[in-house]
Design a protein around this ligand. Structure first.
Ligand SMILES: *Cc1c(COP(=O)(O)O)cnc(C)c1O
Length: 349
């Protein structure tokens, strides 16, 4: 049986066109700055966000960590939302590698309320308290359910921290999804952040690749730290070519993923109204709240697997479905049927 894999949008496999682009890539040794395909990708992505420079990284976590470490010195503080990837899914990297302390605020569905973030900010705290020197925003917000941040909340936060010695970092692993869903230009997002991370390996379908985007000066610093962390890579024009292909072809396809996620959410809501509100599904992630069900999220995911559907159990009562470019319309239909029947059984009186 062919499995339908909705665990993540990282599971996409390079298409024939992308593989051809990889095969034809002109390459060089990137540690010497000699790989023309990497150099052009870095400049292209920096330009997309209206920034000076970018550094290619193997993962989005490293792109986040390089950004943060150029903004926050050891012993200083980064603020982020409690369910953000930086706080929960990077295994304490900011503390382990950069001596950064982190405090978190809570936003409903991860949706930024600038006043929540500001209520925690303590810039220039002298010798008494930890000084806040950066705030990270995640857009879209993964564990918030793929939610798109409000531009005006970002603008308000940005305005409030001007002159305070607080910089802003964007975890833009799925900024492409936010851009397609909101119509906000990538350059507009770029205006409010000193550093930005983006992933090519999620919905855009590249096998590997993220970038940290910022000023020339910060990118140069990040390049040193990337090498120190052991991620100085050689003929990675092979990977950068996949990135160019993804940017050339795959951004508009994200709208299909968003439609598919909405369909899945509607099907689930039909079967059990309490698990999801389709109006809250902004992009390609559907979170199902199984509170009140007769089984745990892990059991629900395991039952789905027996039916040929792979999904992620991310909390005791929370499962996540992520749509992506390798999912076909018949698979969405089939996944909807499987989920409806599982939900009916899980909630039967
Ligand atoms: C996937 C993801 C990342 C980066 O993950 P890697 O697996 O390290 O590439 C960063 N932030 C968010 C919000 C993500 O979803």
């Amino acid at each position: 049986m062919e499995l339908i894999d909705l665990r993540s949008d990282t599971v996409t496999k390079p298409s024939a066109g992308m593989r051809a682009a990889i095969a034809e890539a002109v390459v060089g040794d990137d540690v010497y700055g000699d790989d023309p395909t990497v150099n052009s990708l870095e400049q292209r992505v920096a330009d997309l966000f209206g920034k000076e420079a970018a550094v290619f990284t193997p993962t989005g976590s490293l792109a986040n960590q390089l950004g943060i470490r150029t903004l926050v010195a050891p012993g200083e503080e980064l603020l982020c939302e409690a369910n953000s990837h930086i706080a929960r899914a990077e295994l304490g990297a900011a503390a382990v590698f950069s001596g950064i302390t982190t405090r978190t605020w809570r936003d409903e569905r991860g949706l930024l309320d600038h006043s929540n973030a500001l209520s925690f900010a303590r810039p220039n705290s002298g010798p008494y308290l930890v000084s806040t020197t950066a705030i990270a925003i995640e857009n879209t917000h993964n564990f918030g359910g793929g939610t798109v941040q409000s531009l005006s909340e970002i603008q308000r936060l940005h305005a409030a921290v001007q002159g305070q010695g607080i910089a802003m970092h964007l975890d833009g692993a799925r900024i492409w999804n936010a851009h397609v869903a909101s119509g906000v230009a990538l350059k507009e997002y770029g205006r409010y952040f000193e550093t930005i991370s983006v992933c090519l390996s999620k919905g855009l379908g590249a096998p590997v690749g993220s970038l940290m985007i910022s000023t020339k000066e910060r990118a140069a610093k990040a390049r040193v730290w990337r090498k120190r962390y052991g991620a100085g890579m050689r003929q990675i024009g092979l990977l950068a070519a996949a990135g160019h292909y993804a940017l050339d072809n795959n951004i508009p396809l994200l709208a299909n993923d968003h439609d598919n996620a909405k369909k899945l959410a509607k099907a689930c809501q039909e079967a059990q109204a309490t698990v999801v509100n389709p109006d809250f599904v902004d992009t390609n992630i559907v979170g199902l709240d199984l509170a009140g069900a007769k089984l745990s999220a892990a059991e629900f995911a395991s039952n789905a697997k027996s039916e040929g559907l792979l999904i992620s159990a991310l909390g005791p009562n929370y499962v996540r479905l992520v749509t992506h470019m390798d999912i076909t319309p018949p698979e969405i239909q089939r996944a909807s049927e499987i989920l409806q029947s599982l939900l009916q059984r899980a909630f039967v009186a």
